[in-house]
Design a protein around this ligand. Sequence first.
Ligand SMILES: Nc1nc2c(c(=O)[nH]1)N[C@H]1C(S)=C(S)[C@@H](COP(=O)(O)OP(=O)(O)OC[C@H]3O[C@@H](n4cnc5c(=O)[nH]c(N)nc54)[C@H](O)[C@@H]3O)O[C@H]1N2
Ligand SMILES: Nc1nc2c(c(=O)[nH]1)N[C@H]1C(S)=C(S)[C@@H](COP(=O)(O)OP(=O)(O)OC[C@H]3O[C@@H](n4cnc5c(=O)[nH]c(N)nc54)[C@H](O)[C@@H]3O)O[C@H]1N2
Ligand SMILES: [Mo]
Length: 764
Amino acid sequence: MGKDDFIGRKSAAAGGWGALKSCGKRLMQTGRPFSGARAMLKANQPDGFDCPGCAWGDPEHGSSFEFCENGVKAVAWEATRLRVTPDFFAAHTVSDLRNWSDYDLEHQGRLTHPMVYDPASDRYLPTSWDEAFRGIARALNAIPPDRAEFYTSGRASNEAAFLYQLFVRLYGTNNFPDCSNMCHEASGVALTEAIGIGKGTVTLEDFDRADAIFVIGQNPGTNHPRMLADLRRATARGAKVVVLNPLKEKGLQRFADPQNKLEMILGGSEATSTEYFQPRLGGDMAAVRGMAKVVFAEDAAALAAGHPSLLDLAFIETHCHGFETWRAAVEATPWSLIEDQSGLTRDEITRAAHVYLGAESVICTWAMGVTQHRHSVQTIREIANLLFLRGNVGRPGAGLCPVRGHSNVQGDRTVGINEKAPKALIDALERETGRPMPRRPGHNVAEAIGAMLSGEARAFMGLGGNFARATPDSALIARLMRGLDLTVHIATKLNHSHLLPGRAAWLLPCLGRTEIDRNSKGIRQIVTVEDSMSMVHGSGGINLPASKELRSEIAIVAGIAAATVGSGAVDWAGLADDYDLIRDMIARVLPAFGEYNQNVRKPRGFRLRNAASEREWNTPTGKANFSADPLPDQTEWQRIQQEPGLFVLQTFRSHDQYNTTIYGMDDRYRGIYGERRVVFVNPEDLARTGFASGDRVDVIGSQGSDGQIRIAEGFRLVPYDIPQGCVAGYYPELNLLVPWNAYGDKSFTPISKSILVSFRPAAG
Ligand SMILES: Nc1nc2c(c(=O)[nH]1)N[C@H]1C(S)=C(S)[C@@H](COP(=O)(O)OP(=O)(O)OC[C@H]3O[C@@H](n4cnc5c(=O)[nH]c(N)nc54)[C@H](O)[C@@H]3O)O[C@H]1N2
Ligand SMILES: Nc1nc2c(c(=O)[nH]1)N[C@H]1C(S)=C(S)[C@@H](COP(=O)(O)OP(=O)(O)OC[C@H]3O[C@@H](n4cnc5c(=O)[nH]c(N)nc54)[C@H](O)[C@@H]3O)O[C@H]1N2
Ligand SMILES: [Mo]
């Protein structure tokens, strides 16, 4: 069996007809193909809405629309004709619905009415907005503010998120657990330490100038499809694209651009990468250190031969701190350790290093394959170290690029969704409102769970998202949420978290991003979002709202705020009726937004200044900081070498899901159809364990320090091209295996990509 046989037909590329067919099917299923199709034409266009699919940047002069299967699904999902009405809730108790799958819940369609939980009948009953706001306010005002947790998912607009944090801080707490705690937190922490800003430094244009692009721990074919076009253009003009990924992901090998007629007819096979390395899970820090070791060795050889240095010594001297210490650490790290942890040979690492050395300008991108490990912060610092060596930060075609997930997760952070907000923001909010703001650090996701466990937390509010499914230890979290005094969810569609009501509970339906949002004068309002490249642009819906009862997230937050903290310091109703006023306020609090309302009406919006990309370093040393962290004492992969029967599991996304939203049961690029309960295993591992391809197993988690045994039942073993000892399966089905307090150093991010597991035959 050839390697590619694991992933289906050898000739098949990502994108192409499969993607088109899948989109067509998706649009038809909405029952309103016209509205879905029209919506798609307006995605990422100046007068349309920001695509809710992902946070990849938008090109300056796109074609009529940037085709993307992921985007079509996200749009169609919101534009469905199906509705979850009060009749639906009358027909089902909440306990009943709790047994439904995530898939079945979300496929009931859009929420239409504000609902309140009735414990006596165990049902959600319709209520009025005003009653909901008053009830929520009463419950919030009955507890000390620090005992409430305010969650945000990354789809909320800048305006909604800003108003939300303003309300929560006036109420009196900094408890802002948010989805980014489970996502790119390590990138924020590492980059802040290294370059003084927790964001990437590149723009989309830099991808057209880079000589080499390293794509580490990311699967853009599924999760950021529009990025494939940029990679394909790069390889076509001769740039090198180097992938580090334990799995051979199809989109990172070849891609048929649906925009290119010839490619589509010929079956399409433009390369998206030029080199593909398959490290072990958690082995990237070692791989990057190995590359640095090669660079140092070749530099020494060049100097000895009387050639100029291969390093950018001027950059290191002028701009960097800590170089010699790191160099010593690299030199002291033995190749044996590097090869063992990374799973790559010295030859392979040397090849990767040669690409780095051969390129004038280098970009490194990464996502969850890097951020969801114990030593993620250290790994990202090592990536920054490598780029500093040849001055690859803060000049055209070069830089650091964490590719974000949710379409506005970066913006939410910028406007204040941050449990440890910078002092400058808190000071500015006090000036703006004339009211004191809490200064005690609040809770992130892990701390919020800890507070629920200890009984300290009594209330939970979610601005979007699916907290109970997205977090680890699903069974525990479900129990904890049901023990709260208050739960409030602001959402577009029904999900499992909504079915874990506290003693008092509300479910509040909101407009989606694709829908028209009019104020009291009938004027269409727009919101704004920030992408992974710090570009801020406007977004206005074009579809009719799913129900006339719906309110915007902004109006809902304003309603809760007015009822809870009063309108003495902030005119909530006025802000909710004119989002320009919210933007004016944001710009007063965060001057980087400048003439926000004018900027955002420029065709492509505007870029928030990124000091590091101009080589200004807002770090305590005033420099770009090298780090000299040692490699981990032992990676999870190394640990299982002493414990036969254990594997390292990563949990990732199929091609047919958006986080906890399951669109369908297929994972086309990986050759999986009609099921999600699978675990991908190396064929030799399979033979060694005595299981056969297709066997059903229970997956047993092995990390709990609490004596709990965590078991996910009934998964089919699928042989796959993946390093020995490493296995993979889908999130969220496997989340129950991750102990809530197993998280990354400094990032607090659950270790969703390095879970220790064993298998036993499934019962029956
Ligand atoms: N269609 C779709 N689009 C999405 C999402 C979605 O669910 N569906 N989610 C959005 C969100 S919130 C996010 S954060 C992004 C996520 O985007 P990704 O980070 O691409 O998401 P994952 O599916 O978790 O894929 C992780 C990739 O990293 C690899 N990997 C795992 N562990 C390691 C490792 O130790 N080293 C290396 N080098 N590689 C590793 C995996 O094999 C896989 O290819 O996508 C966003 N876009
Ligand atoms: N094991 C494991 N766990 C993971 C991950 C992993 O890779 N492995 N990835 C982590 C990552 S990267 C992330 S970002 C989190 C995601 O965590 P979340 O952001 O909490 O989860 P989502 O599935 O994106 O949230 C989906 C819900 O959002 C609501 N929604 C959708 N659109 C809107 C809207 O416009 N407004 C409002 N108010 N609500 C809306 C819908 O009700 C929908 O059911 O999960 C994390 N958990
Ligand atoms: Mo994410």
